[in-house]
Write a protein that binds this ligand. Structure first.
Ligand code: TXA
Ligand code: MG
Length: 328
């Protein structure tokens, strides 16, 4: 796998043991391999290899000031990379493997490259729950950084086809494990002393984290000159269409993204998809990114989105919708 000469074709791999071994071999040589996690597909590179990490930033066209999450197969290997206080330890115990990322101070033996951390003295760590991701991480036996496997600023991929749509020919291989189940990215909690802070709502709802911590989880103050999660840029997950939030009706020519009951005018919409007819937030999260892509592909100038409650997983859904609707 040559780093300077990205191959023209992306190798399509499955979910079997041979595919996992092949994916691990490519990663160990400094290549880029997309793989499913339970949240979204990630684009993996060897976290220790600055050349591989640089190629990853280039393939995604991601700004280098935006640090990456290192993925590990178990809590024991994660705790070798960073320093876990009592809160981080409790959260790892409660939610790993699963859709939670912990940002902790780097430990003395941290192997995640400075480039992957964007020069910060903290590191983002996650033990995913997807069996194919875990198989790959166990086979490669080193931390793997993996941002969502989309071009920077685009909607995150929840199916292998989404990954290829954005990155075919720019990455070495893709492990196809079918559609992801959670559908929104991991919740990110910073444990940097002085109490845990929420950096990004995601697949583990805030109330579940508060229950495990037995205290409230305030948001990280992101208003300063240097936001702690630089990835939390306002415009993100951007479809081509304009996104109109909290729609109480559907206007002529609009595509409609519903939640629960239909809205006035949705019968004559250009296209209609319902995140969850039953009003189930987990189902809505799993459908969110795929449905945004499908409605965008209709060519509608505007996607009107019905209100989604902000409780539980609704917080992460509304966060992603707000970013999709932000000015760019
Ligand atoms: O579910 C997920 O988390 C997916 C899957 C593939 O694991 N990954 C993902 O990665 O969403 P990405 O790169 O799209 O988002 C990583 C976020 C960014 O907002 C970044 O700024 C933040 O994590 N981050 C990483 N390291 C950080 C650090 N040391 N301090 C603060 N924020 C950090
Ligand atoms: Mg992303």
């Amino acid at each position: 796998m040559s780093r300077t000469d990205r191959p023209g074709a992306t190798e399509r791999l499955g979910a079997d043991a041979r595919s996992v071994a092949r994916g691990a071999e490519i990663l160990a040589r400094g290549g880029l391999v997309a793989f499913p996690t339970e949240t979204v597909y990630g684009l993996g590179a060897d976290a220790r290899d600055a050349g591989a990490v640089a190629a990853l930033y280039a393939a995604k066209e991601r700004p280098r000031f935006n640090p990456l999450i290192a993925h590990l197969p178990d809590t024991a290997s994660a705790t070798r990379e960073g320093r876990f206080d009592q809160h981080a330890t409790a959260l790892a115990r409660a939610f790993w493997p699963g859709p939670l990322t912990l940002v902790v101070p780097t430990g003395p033996d941290c192997t995640v490259s400075e480039l992957a951390r964007a020069g910060l003295d903290s590191v983002a760590l996650r033990v995913p729950a997807h069996p194919l991701a875990l198989d790959l991480l166990r086979a490669v036996r080193r931390p793997i950084v993996a941002p969502s496997a989309n071009r920077s600023g685009r909607v995150s991929p929840t199916e292998a086809a989404h990954v290829l749509g954005d990155l075919d020919g720019r990455i070495d291989a893709l492990l196809d494990g079918g559609p992801t189940t959670v559908g929104v990215e991991s919740t990110i909690v910073a444990c940097l002393g002085g109490g845990p802070r929420l950096l990004r709502p995601g697949g583990v709802p805030r109330d579940a984290i508060e229950e495990a911590l037995r205290c409230t989880l305030p948001d990280m103050d992101q208003t300063g000159a240097q936001p702690l999660a630089p990835g939390a840029l306002a415009s993100h997950y951007a479809p081509r269409a304009t996104v109109r939030l909290a729609a109480s009706d559907i206007r002529p020519g609009e595509a409609a993204l519903l939640f629960g009951s239909p809205l006035p005018g949705s019968d004559s919409a250009l296209a209609v998809l319902n995140l969850s007819r039953a009003g189930d937030l987990a189902e809505a999260a799993a459908n969110l990114f795929g449905f945004l892509r499908r409605l965008d592909a209709t060519g509608a100038a505007t996607i009107a989105v019905a209100p989604v409650p902000t409780l539980g997983l609704g917080e992460a859904i509304n966060d992603r919708l707000a970013r999709a609707a932000a000015d760019r």
